[in-house]
Structure formats: C-alpha cells, structure tokens
Design a protein around this ligand. Structure first.
Ligand SMILES: C[S@@+](CC[C@H](N)C(=O)[O-])C[C@H]1O[C@@H](n2cnc3c(N)ncnc32)[C@H](O)[C@@H]1O
Length: 324
C-alpha cells in the first residue's frame, strides 16, 4: 500500500469522459486533431476511457516514472516535463505532504504546495493550454488555479442507469479500485475564464461566484468559542451515512460526548448570546440547498441518498452563528 502511496498511484476507474461538460471541452480543445499528452499515464487507462467515451484522439504521448504498460515512456515528468503539447488529459499522482512526512516518503523539495497533485497541475498548466485532470474533490475549495479553470465536475458514483444511487452501495461503480475518495474532474482552458461552472456529474450547479454569494459573510468573532465544555450550543458537524444530517442541537443532547480539543465532528460552542437553534438550522439548510454543498468538504463514503457525506468546518459554522 505504501509503495502505491509513494508514487500517488491510484488508477482511474469509471468513465467521467462521457459527461457532457467533458464532451464540450473535448470539442473546444480540438481533441480530434491533437496529439494528447498523458504525463502520468500508469497503465494507459485514460486513453482507453477516452476511446470508450467515443471520443476521437489520433495519438497520445504517454509517460510515467514507473510505466505500467507497453507504449508508456519512462520519465520523471515532474522534474522534466514534456514540451510541445497543447492538450493534456491526466490523473496525476496524489500525495499529501503531511502524509509523505508521516510515512517517511520522499516529497519534491521544489514546491510549496501541500499535495503532489497541485504541483502536477501547476506543471501541466505551465506547459499545456488545455488541461483535464482527475483530482480530489477538495480542489474546488483550495482557490488554486481558478483563473484558467473553466469547469469543475464533482464526480459522484452512479448506478448503471445513470442516476446517483438511491440505496447504499448496491449498483455503484466507484471511480477507483482502491479508494472511494471524493474525486472531481477539472477542465482548464488556455485563456482566463470569467467564472467556473460547477457540475455534479451532468447537472450544472452554477457558477462558483454565484454559488459563493449564498455563503454568509466570514466571521472572526472570537467570542464564539468552539470545544467549550460549558457551551450553550451543540453542533454535529458531519453527515451520517443516510442523509444531509449536519445540525445544531441543544448542548444537553451531547452530554455523553466528551468534548476533545482536536475533535472536528461533534462539539459544544460557547456563544455569548441566546441562540435560536431552529433558526440556525434553517440558515444551514438554506445554505446547503443553495450552494449544493460545494463549499463543504466531502469525505470518504457515499450517503444512502447518493451524495457524498459532508463536513461543516468551524469557519463556516462561526459565520452561520454570527449572521446578522
Ligand atoms: C494516480 S496514478 C494515475 C495513473 C493513470 N493516469 C490512470 O488514470 O490510470 C498517478 C501516476 O503518476 C505516476 N507518477 C508519480 N510521480 C511521477 C513523476 N514524478 N513522473 C511521472 N510519473 C509519476 C505514478 O507512477 C502513477 O502511475
């Protein structure tokens, strides 16, 4: 497993290239006339998926530090990126810097990014005009490379009939063989874009600027204290496996939970005024509905209603409590 982690090697499964936004991107990038670069090609899954999505791509230039199939050239493309390609489609290596440190794995010294996939995207964007990359879903909350980001698709596992699943894991085809890590497909253009279209599979959720307008003003009111054992407001900050269940609650409901300093999922909050819990939950529900959860971190595991489980971070919780 660690060997796999060292080179960030999780192979792509499922076929996000059939989705409408990708098909539009493929036309705009003139894929049918290009030699396309896959700089982290592994076992050549991406060319096969492009074929299976009935897209024409006349030729590929394929590289990997550890080639997994014939026709893939051996090359450290992070250190020596191939030049002369306008279109790049890839699933770059993912490896968080802190995970590399913890496991004693090497991490490039030439970057300040906190994950290898960000460094890989930076390289692709420096050398190629059109870039499509399968990356963690969390990327859309990083604020990075937004200038050239045209579309971001949150890839939610689907049942064979194309609907997001309704009943647990049955019928699900996950994107990856070894992980259910939430993933997205980022589509970049050579020119600056005015807004980023955010999608959930084929469903357009909205432009990122428009979605952001439904967020409360950020708050830095430090008199709202998290993990306060005597707090007057409870918060269950992660969804259960069934539905969108994050909620504020009376602190008495959490009396059996020890409040731990590092706990990010269940907490008591000290608010120096009387709180209206129903009103806070109504605010939260409205924000979730209008932003389609784009700004809430997704984590491993799909809810029974077919969506990723989400976490509400302290920053957004504070802003909701502190809204006028
Ligand atoms: C997430 S896998 C994706 C493989 C393939 N793109 C796919 O979708 O099936 C990432 C790949 O990046 C390769 N890799 C990691 N570091 C690399 C480097 N410095 N130069 C070239 N390839 C690298 C790994 O060997 C691995 O095959």
């Amino acid at each position: 497993m660690d060997e796999k982690r060292a080179s960030g090697r999780y192979y792509t499964r499922g076929n996000p290239f059939q989705l409408e936004p990708f098909q539009i991107w493929a036309k705009a990038s003139n894929l049918a006339q290009q030699i396309t670069l896959e700089p982290f090609a592994g076992a050549k899954d991406i060319p096969q998926l492009i074929d299976a999505a009935n897209l024409r791509c006349p030729d590929w230039a394929l590289f990997d530090i550890e080639p997994g199939a014939e026709g893939v050239g051996q090359r450290d493309t992070l250190a020596d990126f191939p030049r002369g390609f306008d279109v790049c489609i890839t699933n770059p290596p993912w490896l968080a810097r802190n995970s590399a440190t913890r496991r004693g794995l090497p991490f490039p010294k030439s970057t300040r990014h906190d994950d290898l996939y960000k460094y890989a995207i930076e390289k692709c964007l420096t050398h190629c005009g059109w870039v499509a990359a399968i990356i963690p879903e969390a990327f859309i909350r990083s604020g990075l490379f937004l200038q050239r980001l045209h579309d971001f698709i949150s890839l939610v596992p689907q049942t064979r009939d194309g609907a997001t699943q309704e009943n647990g894991k049955r019928g699900t085809s996950y994107m990856f063989e070894d992980t259910e890590h939430p993933v997205g497909l980022a589509l970049f253009a050579p020119h600056a874009t005015s807004d980023v279209k955010v999608w959930r599979n084929n469903q357009l959720l909205g432009g990122i600027n428009e979605l952001r307008r439904h967020l409360p003003q950020p708050s830095c009111n430090r008199s709202i204290v998290f993990n306060d054992p005597n707090g007057n407001l409870g918060l269950i900050a992660i969804d259960n496996t069934v539905s969108a269940s994050i909620r504020f609650c009376p602190p008495e409901e959490l009396k059996d939970y020890p409040i731990r300093v590092h706990c990010r999922s269940i907490t008591k909050i000290g608010v120096p005024w009387r709180v209206d819990i129903d009103m806070l939950n109504a605010r939260l529900a409205a924000i979730r509905e209008k932003t389609h959860d784009v700004f809430l971190t997704a984590f491993k595991g799909i809810r029974r209603d077919g969506h990723y489980r989400r976490r509400l971070d302290w920053g957004l919780s504070r802003a909701i409590v502190d809204m006028e």
